[in-house]
Write a protein that binds this ligand. Structure first.
Ligand SMILES: C[S@@+](CC[C@H](N)C(=O)[O-])C[C@H]1O[C@@H](n2cnc3c(N)ncnc32)[C@H](O)[C@@H]1O
Length: 268
């Protein structure tokens, strides 16, 4: 009997931890390997990684609901991760059954599992692609089937830009996506920051160094600069639990977040 579980796509390097699988493990999912779990176990010693993951996931949910309220009915989710409880299509289609969602991730386990989950959902699909290649993503038939760039869409970059090094210019990348968006489109973004716990996050950088996805936390100013050309909606760029919390007391977790989050509109 082989040791590889049936859900593992061929050619996946199960030895080298991946952010998608580490995140899955931190959220209590089952699509991860010993190396991913070992990395996560090191991570929780330097930062409150389980809380960071949970608070980020909760921001994603609130942001998607907010976008649906703004009339957004199509979502392009970049760095979508391994499906877990409260996926974008579930949140959006629960509120609006006609909502369409394209998941994009470069991690094969994330895409294989998304495809399985979406088999019978004609309004949601998954594409294996690197978000640093917007032209390929936009031109893909899978994208074209679901997303109309001439209409406002919800662009999600939740918990992902910290995997893009300065050398790959995440600022220019977000700006390129901005050019592709119709007015009224919204961007929901969250990203790792040093600001709250510089020593802990320096430890996290070390832990992620031996993975498929090294991390690059940033200051608030650096993250704000990614939103050039967008107008932030209230309350602006804040720690994940501070973004429109459902209960006032939820915002008290801000010090454990280590991710800034915001939603911004592409105005005319
Ligand atoms: C921390 S998870 C976030 C998942 C989900 N967006 C959420 O917030 O719950 C980050 C995901 O981004 C993906 N990722 C990192 N860099 C990427 C890139 N350049 N292109 C596509 N996906 C990427 C990883 O594979 C991982 O699944």
């Amino acid at each position: 009997m082989g040791e590889t579980a049936s859900w593992v796509p061929e050619g996946v390097n199960t030895e080298l931890p991946s952010a998608a699988r580490v995140y899955d493990y931190l959220l209590g999912g089952g699509h991860n390997f010993p190396g991913d779990r070992a990395l996560a176990d090191k991570l929780v010693k330097v930062v409150p990684a389980r809380d960071m993951a949970r608070l980020n996931r909760a921001f994603l949910r609130r942001a998607v609901l907010y976008l649906v309220e703004q009339g957004i009915d199509q979502f392009l989710d970049l760095g979508s991760g391994i499906p877990t409880v409260g996926n974008v299509h579930e949140i959006a289609q629960d509120a609006n059954p006609d909502a369409r969602v394209l998941y994009v991730d470069y991690e094969p386990v994330a895409i294989a599992h998304s495809e399985l989950l979406l088999e019978s959902n004609p309004r949601a699909s998954a594409l294996q692609a690197d978000m640093r290649d917007p032209e390929r993503i936009v031109a893909s038939p899978r994208t074209r089937e679901l997303i109309d760039f001439d209409r406002p869409l919800g662009l999600l970059m939740v918990g992902v830009v910290q995997f893009i090094p300065d050398d790959d210019d995440p600022w220019a990348l977000v700006a390129r996506y901005r050019e592709l968006l119709a007015p009224g489109s919204h961007l929901a973004l969250s990203a790792f920051t040093w600001d709250n716990a510089p020593a802990g996050m320096a430890g996290a950088v070390e832990v992620f160094r031996n993975s498929q996805d090294p991390i690059f936390p940033r200051t608030r100013g650096e993250i704000l600069r990614m939103l050039t050309g967008f107008d932030l909606v209230e309350p602006g760029l804040v720690y994940t639990p501070q973004w429109r919390p459902e209960r006032e007391e939820d915002a008290a977790d801000a010090a454990r977040s280590n991710l800034y989050a915001g939603v911004a509109v592409a105005s005319g």
